[in-house]
Design a protein around this ligand. Structure first.
Ligand code: GLY
Ligand code: MN
Ligand code: MN
Length: 438
């Protein structure tokens, strides 16, 4: 049937180029997201496949939501670990037994008005976006619950692969799973919590290369600290100099809010201020480090403000240094973090300072400074942890912490941050050199 057109009614313009519109084709697709660092899509694809292998052959689906957040340090890095994508929002759904699309990415909503503020994004479908992300099936976040409902009706279960934690916000994945179960009779959740954490514990060679790079930036900052520490300076002057040196060396971000505490402030574990004037005869605790492509480092040194430790300071420093050495000596594959903790604590206890060592010795480091990992399982080869004993005596106006990162090997540990001086004689020698300089 032929449609008659009433000439009195305005008709829409035909679809196609408007008369007079520029005809130059776009040379670059706009707003593509994909891995932001130097690792290509293959690195992330391999990790997703390794995770799907761990899900086994029973039909199920696992969701990993984008929860990357800065709370003074990074958290929520599972999605980034599997996709390399930093864009906020979105989630990754893995369905190892699906016949075709085993991986499905749900990106944040496409909103042209928001994008005038926060930057243009690619539309879907987009072959270029699929190539950039390395994922062949891409939708939008608003379709996630309907899709999960479909997946759970089909597979009978959803599997949780993140970590459980009583701290911070509840993971978004748990909300998505709860909403799905409200709509599907018999939908179950399987618990494979810590699966991703255990994968992230073992650093791949290319991750280790970035972690070494972050430590090199950190070393530049601590070398600068030795040059600028002096009585009469404010803590923030040292902090700025250290952070500037990180950036000058090539770092883009600090790994966490730097802690620079002199005198009694050195006994405040996460001292948030930085405005005190340092006095002759005090110690300055600097817990500051850089990151490289989101891989953190974490190093603490405790320096004498006037370039020389007093007898009391040196005695306490030596106890902490011996405690750290005992922890490092105890570290190897198969040992647990608790065993290393006990080794450090024994030295501090024998010296009479047990009550003044007020935190744990060690944590994993990686995409988060307090990284994912199983703190109660034997350490695997390739894990990176800190060893950071401390003694805190606010009534005596001091805190001492010495913190290094170690790489766990089959027979022991490599101190990754060994280039950053911690021997007290060496620190005094370097400070004297710098203080003597014109
Ligand atoms: N920089 C924080 C910590 O040492 O855990
Ligand atoms: Mn630490
Ligand atoms: Mn630290």
């Amino acid at each position: 049937m032929t449609k008659t057109v009433d000439p009195a009614i305005p008709q829409p313009a035909p679809i196609g180029p408007l008369a007079g519109a520029p005809t130059t084709p776009l040379t670059e697709p706009r707003g593509l997201v994909g891995p932001t660092g130097t690792f290509g899509v293959e690195t992330y694809r391999k990790r997703r496949h390794a995770l799907m292998d761990k899900l086994g052959t029973v039909p199920t689906a696992a969701l990993i939501a984008q929860e990357m957040n800065w709370v003074g340090d990074r958290e929520g890095m599972d999605y980034y670990y599997l996709t390399g994508i930093e864009e906020p929002g979105g989630a990754l759904l893995l369905m190892p037994t699906a016949p075709v699309f085993k991986e499905r990415l749900f990106l944040a909503r496409h909103d042209v008005e928001d994008e005038r503020v926060s930057g243009e994004r690619a539309s879907t479908p987009s072959k270029a976006l699929e190539v950039a992300t390395g994922i062949a099936s891409i939708g939008r976040e608003q379709k996630l619950v309907p899709y999960l409902v479909g997946a759970c009706s089909r597979f009978g279960s959803l599997t949780y692969v993140g970590a459980f934690s009583g701290e911070g916000d509840k993971p978004k994945v748990m909300d998505y799973y709860a909403k799905t179960m409200e709509r599907v009779y018999g939908c179950k959740t399987n618990d494979l919590h810590l699966t991703l954490a255990r994968m992230r514990e073992v650093k791949e060679p290319e991750e280790l290369a970035l972690m070494r790079k972050a430590i090199a930036y950190t070393a530049a900052g601590h070398a600068q600290a030795i040059k600028v520490i002096r009585a009469g300076a404010r803590e923030f002057e040292v902090k700025d100099a250290v952070e500037d040196a990180f950036r000058h060396a090539g770092a883009r971000h600090v790994a966490y809010d730097s802690i620079v505490g002199s005198g009694r402030d050195g006994a405040v574990l996460h001292y948030p201020k930085d405005d005190r004037t340092m006095n002759d005869g005090e110690l300055l605790l600097i817990d500051a480090a850089a990151e490289a492509e989101n891989y953190a480092s974490d190093v603490t040194r405790t320096y004498p403000v006037n370039g020389k430790y007093s007898k009391e300071q040196r005695d306490i420093y030596d106890v902490v240094l011996r405690a750290q050495a005992a922890g490092i000596a105890a570290a190897k594959a198969g040992v647990t973090v608790e065993q290393i903790d006990l080794a450090t604590r024994k030295v501090v206890e024998d010296a009479g300072y047990y009550d003044y060592y007020v935190h744990g010795c060690c944590h994993f480091v990686g995409l988060a400074v307090h990284d994912a990992g199983d703190y109660y399982a034997p350490l695997p080869v390739g894990a990176v942890i800190t060893v950071e004993p401390g003694i805190y005596l606010p009534d005596r106006g001091l805190g001492v912490r010495i913190e290094d990162e170690i790489l766990i090997t089959a027979t022991g540990a490599e101190v990754l941050s060994k280039a950053i001086p911690k021997d007290p004689d060496e620190i005094e020698r370097l400070m004297k050199l710098n203080h003597a300089a014109p």
